[in-house]
Design a binder for this molecule. Structure first.
Ligand code: GTP
Ligand code: SPV
Ligand code: MN
Length: 606
């Protein structure tokens, strides 16, 4: 489709202005068809950027290797450009919107020279449903077009819903690498250097401007930029929740069903939990979403969640038939792999895929790589943040209601992170406000999902939303409190804190995790019905020693340790919250949370 054929005059004008600014050689409006997807892949094969995998092993799959500088989200270059700095708050990078637009307009001038500008109309949420939001991304990256085809609903059907005057979130994206006369990418992933990368959000005008990166959340603008940063602002204004949460459906042996969402920071196990295969006999888990949940109150006073995405952009390393068989099945076909290693017979390989590297691989940098198990310092063959992009519909565990625009009624929220010490396996909040308090103090060891924060150190990541909240985090806490205010608590989700990542003194995980997490989910399921053995403790409601059945390989002593309340450790935790975490938010920190802090401190003192 041509730009001149666009029926929406606002959209048409906006595209034409961008065309004048960015001067692409051509402009194309995406229709969302399979033929279009195939054409994008062909363009990138021709440019030496995509490698087709062995069709006998991975039909319809391709591999990309990005530039070594462009492998993850760049939090240092991600901006919330609200009019007032105070509206972005202490946890976001802020820039004045007018100044930022000026800087970026200069960068955008002529930035698409030698390239095609693709206009991608997309819907987050089922097309036409009243909970869905429409965005239009302009991009010069065929890689982005192909990924957006999988991750969102894109094309003509979205334009039909948009009509001649519907609302959309305008999103600019450029890799920031114009081509000279006759110049080609020639196998080199196009992007701009770090100092020229900008991932910018204008919450008041609901706009997204991204420049210089082609990777993941920096470039697939429906995901973190629209569905979390911009949507969190809409949610605040409209009384709903846009969260960094998985959504799962769980069925007990009697056939009773509940839906649970869980917020864990990046690369902390959302995809795994959403696709979990229970080790507990008779239980079943199905997937509704693995990264983002939008939740609104239904007429019955319960919170209903939808997954606004259409695919999974999941972490490859660590994914294997033991840890996540459903993911392994999902990514067997029609999948885009980025920064994994490739085997001599053109299959994929990554660390902890479940078998040794077969012979001489090509690693994510494009170099030959032979596994050396005696060398503990060997660089990994796949980048730690290498990912697969796969359609959610291919997941064998996908729940039948995953695209239901009504959403699914949520019984429990889980919060968690990677905490080697102190935080027990599971802990139920005493009530809504105590749960909000627990969400506000989430801490986690940093992972490879962001480029510029040191992996391994513990940082506070409230509600797993630290990099994704589009406004002042203190106001966000207030919003969570308000969601529960004046509501019948029996209809609100119960709130739980979980930690699969406790380590012993030898540095080994105590809890086996993955499918064995079903034992914890079963306790949570029963707690939602007021059942399941439980004891009140100073930090919350914990399982009685025998309420969670013990998996193989976990001793009674181990079990005792991970369900113990470490009073001294918690005192330190609370001290840190009071001294270093809460003060960041100044007078925006809701007083209700200070009351919770005082109360828990008092209970810990006994
Ligand atoms: P994003 O897509 O970045 O938002 O992350 P995610 O939360 O979906 O992360 P994902 O499920 O892909 O988890 C990534 C890492 O956590 C992998 O290295 C997994 O092996 C590891 N992991 C997941 N679940 C468990 C668990 O129960 N125990 C342990 N020890 N590791 C786990
Ligand atoms: C995350 O980092 O939380 C992700 C990957 O889910 S990205 O889409 O790159 O943000
Ligand atoms: Mn995520």
């Amino acid at each position: 489709m041509k730009v001149s054929e666009l029926k929406h005059s606002g959209l048409k004008k906006w595209v034409e202005e961008a065309q004048t600014l960015m001067t692409p050689d051509t402009v194309e409006v995406c229709d969302g068809s399979k033929a279009e997807y195939d054409r994008m892949i062909q363009i990138m094969k021709d440019a030496g950027l995509a490698t087709e995998l062995n069709p006998a092993k991975k039909p319809g799959c391709v591999l990309f290797r990005s530039d070594p500088s462009d492998v993850a989200r760049v939090e240092s270059n991600t901006y919330i450009a609200s009019k007032s700095q105070n509206d972005a708050g202490p946890t976001n990078n802020w820039k004045d919107p007018a100044e930022l637009k000026k800087t970026m307009t200069d960068l955008y001038k002529g930035c698409m020279k030698g390239r095609t500008m693709y206009v991608i109309p997309y819907s987050m949420g089922p097309v036409g449903s009243n909970i869905a939001k429409i965005g239009v991304e302009l991009t010069d990256s065929p890689y982005v077009v192909a990924n957006m085809h999988i991750m969102a609903r894109v094309g003509t059907k979205v334009l039909d819903v948009l009509g001649s005057d519907g609302f959309f979130v305008p999103c600019y994206h450029s890799v920031g690498k114009p081509l000279g006369q006759g110049e080609k990418d020639n196998g080199k992933w196009p992007c701009a250097p770090l100092e020229k990368k900008y991932i910018s959000h204008f919450p008041e005008t609901r706009e997204i401007w991204s420049y210089g990166s082609g990777y993941g959340g920096n470039a697939l603008l429906g995901k973190k930029c629209l569905a979390l940063r911009i949507a969190s602002v809409l949610a605040r204004d409209e009384g709903w929740l846009a969260e960094h949460m998985l959504i799962l459906k769980i069925t007990n042996p009697k056939g009773d069903v509940k839906y649970i969402t869980g917020a864990f920071p990046s690369a902390c196990g959302k995809t795994n939990l959403a696709m979990l295969i229970p080790t507990l006999p008779g239980w079943k888990v199905e997937t509704v979403g693995d990264d983002i949940a939008w939740m609104k109150f239904g007429p019955d006073g319960r919170l209903y969640a939808i997954n606004p995405e259409a695919g999974f952009f999941g972490v490859a390393p660590g994914t294997n038939n033991e840890s996540n068989r459903n993911a392994m099945e999902t990514i067997k076909k029609n999948t885009i792999y980025t920064n994994v290693a490739i085997t001599p017979d053109k299959d994929v390989w990554w660390e902890m895929i479940g078998y040794d590297a077969p012979g001489k691989l090509i690693d994510w940098n494009g170099n030959e790589w032979v596994q050396d198990k005696n060398n503990k310092d060997q660089k990994p063959a796949a980048h730690p943040n290498s990912r697969f992009t796969a359609p959610a519909s291919q997941c064998p565990a996908i729940a039948k209601e995953w695209e239901d625009p009504k959403g699914v009624p949520i019984s429990a929220f889980l919060f968690g992170g990677r905490r080697p010490k102190t935080i027990p396996l599971v802990n139920q909040a005493k009530n809504w406000i105590h749960g909000v308090f627990m969400g506000s103090i989430v801490g986690s060891e940093v992972t490879a999902a962001a480029l510029d924060v040191k992996a391994g150190t513990i940082r506070r990541d409230p509600f797993a939303m630290l990099p994704f909240c589009g406004y002042h985090m203190g106001d966000y806490f207030k919003h969570w409190i308000k969601i529960g205010q004046g509501k019948d608590e029996s209809k609100l989700p119960k709130i739980f804190f979980v930690n699969w990542f406790r380590k012993n003194d030898a540095g080994k995980f105590i809890w086996p995790g993955y499918g064995e997490n079903s034992r914890v989910l079963a306790w949570i399921f029963d707690r939602c019905d007021g059942k399941g053995g439980a004891v009140e403790t100073p930090i919350g409601t914990l399982p009685t020693p025998d309420a969670i059945t013990r998996p193989d390989g976990v001793s009674d002593a181990d079990m005792k340790e991970i369900l113990n309340v470490d009073i001294e450790g918690w005192k330190k935790e609370i001290e840190d919250v009071r001294a270093n975490h809460y003060p960041k938010f100044g007078d925006k920190l809701p007083k209700e949370l200070y009351s919770e802090l005082d109360a828990i401190e008092k209970r810990l003192r006994g």
